[in-house]
Design a protein around this ligand. Structure first.
Ligand SMILES: Cc1cc2nc3c(=O)[nH]c(=O)nc-3n(C[C@H](O)[C@H](O)[C@H](O)COP(=O)(O)O)c2cc1C
Length: 395
C-alpha cells in the first residue's frame, strides 16, 4: 500500500483571531492572533488546519506518483497521518489500483477557488441587516473610503474625440426596457409558451454539425471552443400546465425532463434557499440553475489557466441573452451569483467538481407595484421610478 496526496492542494499561511482564554479567566477579555497552516483543496469543503509535520509530509507527497508511507511520514505521528487520510488529503492506493479519481482536468487554482467559494446556507437578510447596522452606503464609505469613480477617464478632456450618436436599433430600444426584476407577480402564472421561448432561444440548439471531428452545437450565444458546457435546470413554481418541480431542459430535444415533483411550499422553500433568501427573487415563477459540465470544456482546455474564466463568461452570455429575450416578451428576468450552491447541488444531486452550479436566473411577470428597488432611471419599466421605494417620483 502506498500514499498519494490529493490532486489540488493550496496551503494558506492564515492568521486566526480568537479569545485569549487565560486572559478571560483573569477577567480581562482580550483577543490573540495565532498563525496556522491551512490546507485548501478541491475534494472537501472548508479549510483543514495542518501541523508543521503534516505540512512537511504533504510537501513530500505527490499527487501522481504513489510513494511508500515510510518515505513520506517524516516526524508526523500516526494520529497526524491518520487525520490526513481521513480528510482525503492523503489517499491510500493499492499497487494495482485505479489511482486517480475522475479526471476533469481542472487548473489547480480554479479547482480550489470553485470548491471553496461555494455557499451552503448563507442568508442574505443577515448581510443586509449588517449593512444597515453600519449605516448603509454612507457607513461603508466611512469604513472603506469613497466609492471609486463610476467610470474611467483617460487624459485631457479637451483631447476627446466626440463620436456621432449611437444609432438606435430595435435591439437597443428593446434593451432600454431591461431592468433586473425584483418584483414578481406571484399570482400570475407564466405561460408554457413563454418558458419554451426563453429556453429555446437562450439555452436551445439552433443546429448541429460536425466540425473538425467535434459534434458541435450552434446556439444563439457564443461559447469558448464552441463547447457549450452550461445546462439549464428549471425550478418551476408557477407555470400554466406544468407541475411544480425540478426539470432538466434537454437542449437538443427542446424538451423538459422531469426530475422531481415538488409541492408549492417545497418549491418556494427550495427557491428561497437557492437564492440565499433574497426575498425579491424567491417567488419568481421560474428559476433556472446554470450548471456547468466542466469536463466538456476542460476536456479540451486541460488544466488551462483561462478555462474557468471562459465558462464564467459563457454563463454571462446566457444571462444577457435571457434578459434580452425576456424583455422582448415583456417578462422580468434576473441573474444572481449570490446563491447557496450546496443547496442546489443537493436538490439536483450534483458533484460540484464535475457539474457545478454557477448562477441562478429567474423569469416571470412583473408585479404592478415596486416593493424591492429596481434600477430604471429611463423609466421604461416603472414610469414613476425615483430610485427610492415608496417615495413618489421627483421628491
Ligand atoms: C454577476 C451579477 C451578479 C448579480 N447578483 C445580483 C444579486 O445577487 N442580487 C440582486 O438583487 N441583483 C444581482 N444582480 C443584478 C444587478 O444588481 C443589476 O444588474 C444592477 O443593479 C444593474 O441593474 P439593471 O440590471 O436593472 O440594469 C447581478 C448582476 C450580475 C451581472
Amino acid at each position: 500500500m502506498q500514499w498519494l496526496r490529493c490532486p489540488h492542494l493550496l496551503i494558506e499561511p492564515a492568521e486566526v483571531r480568537e479569545l485569549d482564554q487565560a486572559a478571560l479567566l483573569r477577567g480581562q477579555p482580550n483577543f490573540v492572533t495565532r498563525r496556522v497552516w491551512r490546507a485548501l483543496c478541491s475534494h472537501r469543503d472548508g479549510a483543514f488546519a495542518l501541523t508543521d509535520a503534516q505540512l512537511a509530509l504533504l510537501g513530500r507527497a505527490s499527487p501522481r506518483e504513489p510513494q511508500a508511507p515510510d518515505l513520506l511520514r517524516g516526524s508526523a505521528s500516526e494520529a497526524e497521518c491518520q487525520a490526513l487520510l481521513d480528510a482525503g488529503l492523503l489517499r491510500e492506493v493499492n499497487d494495482d489500483g485505479n489511482r486517480l479519481p475522475a479526471d476533469v482536468a481542472w487548473h489547480p487554482l480554479a479547482a480550489v477557488l470553485h470548491r471553496q467559494c461555494r455557499w451552503s446556507d448563507v442568508d442574505s437578510r443577515e448581510t443586509d441587516a449588517r449593512l444597515e447596522a453600519v449605516g448603509g452606503m454612507a457607513g461603508l464609505e466611512a469604513l472603506f473610503g469613497p466609492v471609486p469613480d463610476s467610470h474611467l477617464s483617460c487624459g485631457d478632456p479637451a483631447q476627446r474625440l466626440a463620436l456621432p450618436y449611437a444609432a438606435s436599433t430595435s435591439l437597443s430600444k428593446s434593451l432600454q426596457q431591461r431592468s433586473t426584476c425584483r418584483n414578481f407577480d406571484r399570482t400570475r402564472a407564466l405561460a408554457l409558451q413563454d418558458l419554451a421561448s426563453v429556453l429555446g432561444h437562450v439555452y436551445g440548439v439552433q443546429a448541429e454539425a460536425e466540425v473538425s471531428g467535434l459534434h458541435a452545437l450552434k446556439k444563439l450565444v457564443p461559447s469558448a471552443g464552441g463547447l457549450h458546457p452550461v445546462e439549464a435546470f428549471v425550478l418551476a413554481q408557477n407555470v400554466a400546465g406544468l407541475a411544480s418541480g425540478l426539470y432538466h431542459y434537454h437542449c437538443v430535444a427542446h424538451a423538459l425532463e422531469p426530475l422531481r415533483g415538488l409541492s408549492s411550499e417545497e418549491a418556494r422553500d427550495l427557491a428561497a434557499r437557492c437564492v440565499a433568501h433574497q426575498t425579491w427573487f424567491e417567488d419568481a415563477p421560474v428559476l433556472i440553475f446554470l450548471v456547468c459540465r466542466f469536463q466538456r470544456t476542460f476536456w479540451k482546455y486541460r488544466e488551462h489557466a483561462k478555462a474557468y474564466r471562459a465558462v464564467t463568461v459563457d454563463v454571462g452570455h446566457l444571462s444577457m441573452l435571457q434578459y434580452a429575450v425576456a424583455t422582448e416578451l415583456g417578462l422580468g428576468s434576473f441573474f444572481t451569483a449570490a446563491i447557496n450552491e450546496m443547496a442546489i447541488e443537493r436538490a439536483l444531486n450534483l458533484d460540484p467538481m464535475q457539474t457545478g452550479v454557477m448562477a441562478v436566473t429567474g423569469l416571470g411577470w412583473r408585479a404592478a407595484q415596486m416593493h424591492s428597488l429596481e434600477f430604471d432611471p429611463l423609466r421604461r419599466v416603472w414610469p414613476d421610478w425615483s430610485g427610492a421605494i415608496g417615495t413618489p417620483a421627483g421628491t
